[in-house]
Design a protein around this ligand. Structure first.
Ligand SMILES: [Fe+2]
Ligand SMILES: [Fe+2]
Length: 217
């Protein structure tokens, strides 16, 4: 039986002082991994573990809550293997459909649907974790730090292989802001190359973070 209360407390508390608590959390994560394994294909499950590890590492480097990063990384693709009609059905029922593109490509809903399901089915309520799962595909303006690192980790975790991946990995160690912007650019470029539709939320994200970065420079 998963002690959800304990996890929800620990994700709010960055200072995991006691070894016994650490080992309980390890056990809960292990049980969560078991649940996820039943939801995903083997390949996707391996990817989820890789994103969990990458998000954890980035959280450590940038001084963020590792537990939240690990949970969000682990569950970011929770709904990824649901059939398209099921994603659309749940998305409509929970009023998660925000644009007609999602009706044409229900796969775009697997983030928001996944966030709704991990809250409902697993009792995970940490807003940072839910936001990260919901936003990991499209990104969006003003994302929290955990959502940012999960978006980056999804693209740069072990197993990802595309021309810019090493550059993005290195960048993510030094500047989250720049890495996020370059990851969004890379995703939009990929969509353009494939002549796919681009969701306005991703364009809004690009505009938001490129303006924000200009303000920093
Ligand atoms: Fe995904
Ligand atoms: Fe993913």
């Amino acid at each position: 039986m998963i002690d959800r209360e304990m996890v929800s407390v620990s994700v709010k508390d960055n200072r995991l002082a006691h070894c016994s608590e650490q080992s309980k959390i390890k056990q809960v994560m292990h049980e969560y991994e078991g649940i996820l394994k039943d939801k995903l294909t083997e390949k996707r499950y391996v990817h989820a573990l890789a994103v969990c590890n990458c998000a954890s590492e980035l959280a450590g480097i940038h001084g963020l809550n590792r537990r939240q990063a690990e949970l969000a990384g682990l569950f970011h693709d929770y709904a990824r293997d649901l059939p398209a009609d099921e994603l659309l059905r749940i998305g409509r029922a929970k009023e998660l459909v925000t644009h007609e593109i999602e009706q044409q490509c229900p796969l775009l809903l697997h983030g928001p649907v996944g966030a709704a399901l991990i809250e409902e089915e697993l009792g995970i309520h940490a807003p940072q974790v839910l936001e990260a799962v919901a936003m990991h595909t499209l990104a969006g303006p003003a994302m929290g730090r955990i959502a940012q690192i999960v978006y980056i980790a999804d693209l740069t975790a072990t197993g990802r292989d595309f021309p810019l991946v090493d550059y993005l990995r290195t960048l993510s160690q030094t500047s989250l802001e720049q890495a996020l912007l370059e990851c969004i650019a890379s995703t939009i470029s990929h969509c353009l190359e494939k002549r796919q539709l681009i969701h306005p939320q991703s364009i809004e994200a690009w505009n938001y973070y490129s303006q924000e970065l200009k303000g920093v420079e």
